[in-house]
Design a binder for this molecule. Structure first.
Ligand SMILES: Nc1nc2c(ncn2[C@@H]2O[C@H](COP(=O)(O)OP(=O)(O)OP(=O)(O)O)[C@@H](O)[C@H]2O)c(=O)[nH]1
Length: 190
């Protein structure tokens, strides 16, 4: 079964103040850290970003933009666009703003996935973007966006999302690994 990775790297990064894909942690760009976490499990990965950022990525990477007419319509547009442009039977999706995500956690998430959609909940907080999707969800992503619905979770629920909780990682790990670097302050405090 072909598994592909999708790194969500669009959006405005308005809280962060500069494109989060090119924020750095220990001399690695965030997008590189996401690709590192995905690479052991994905034959190929694709980065879905804003048009003006495409040229900033190295030419040997698979980089694309949200498809029209859903450009910039949130993470759901990035997931749909990644699936449209890179064909696979299942996808591991990661936002580019979780720089401490590990390949080990992604491996455990994948092990928990059987069919439909699998995503993460930790301490009652949902992380719908850290997720595994069967390609069968693609028509429903389309339909949602065509109807102006942008909530990723609505599509996940339609596919009987399995929320993975304690089996994925310990409480100590969770806090840091699932840290969303939405602001520079959060990153600087790490
Ligand atoms: N491809 C794509 N990715 C997106 C889009 N909007 C957000 N993302 C990505 O989805 C993840 C979560 O994004 P958010 O933090 O909610 O939004 P953001 O636009 O990055 O940041 P803010 O402007 O501060 O809300 C990040 O990895 C973003 O890069 C979009 O319209 N298209």
């Amino acid at each position: 079964m072909k598994t592909a990775g999708i790194v969500l790297a669009g959006g405005l990064s308005s809280r962060f103040g500069s494109p989060k894909a090119f924020a750095e942690w220990e001399n690695r760009y965030f997008y590189e850290l996401s690709l590192d976490a995905l690479s052991p499990y994905c034959e190929e990965s694709i980065i879905v970003t804003r048009p003006e950022l495409v040229e900033r990525f190295p030419g040997d990477l698979n980089v694309t933009t949200d498809i029209e007419p859903f450009m910039g319509q949130g993470p759901i547009a990035g997931i749909l666009s990644g699936m449209e442009k890179l064909h696979a039977e299942r996808y591991i999706v990661l936002p580019c703003d979780m720089p401490f995500m590990t390949a080990d956690v992604i491996g455990r998430l994948l092990e928990c996935h059987s069919s439909g959609v699998t995503a993460v909940v930790l301490d009652g907080k949902l992380h719908p973007l850290v997720s595994v999707w069967d390609a069968a969800a693609l028509p429903d992503l389309h339909e949602a966006l065509e109807n102006g619905k942008r909530r990723v979770m609505d599509v996940q629920e339609k596919h009987g999302v399995r929320w993975i909780e304690g089996e994925l990682l310990t409480e100590d790990e969770a806090c840091r690994i699932f840290m969303n670097a939405n602001t520079l302050d959060i990153l600087e405090g790490s």
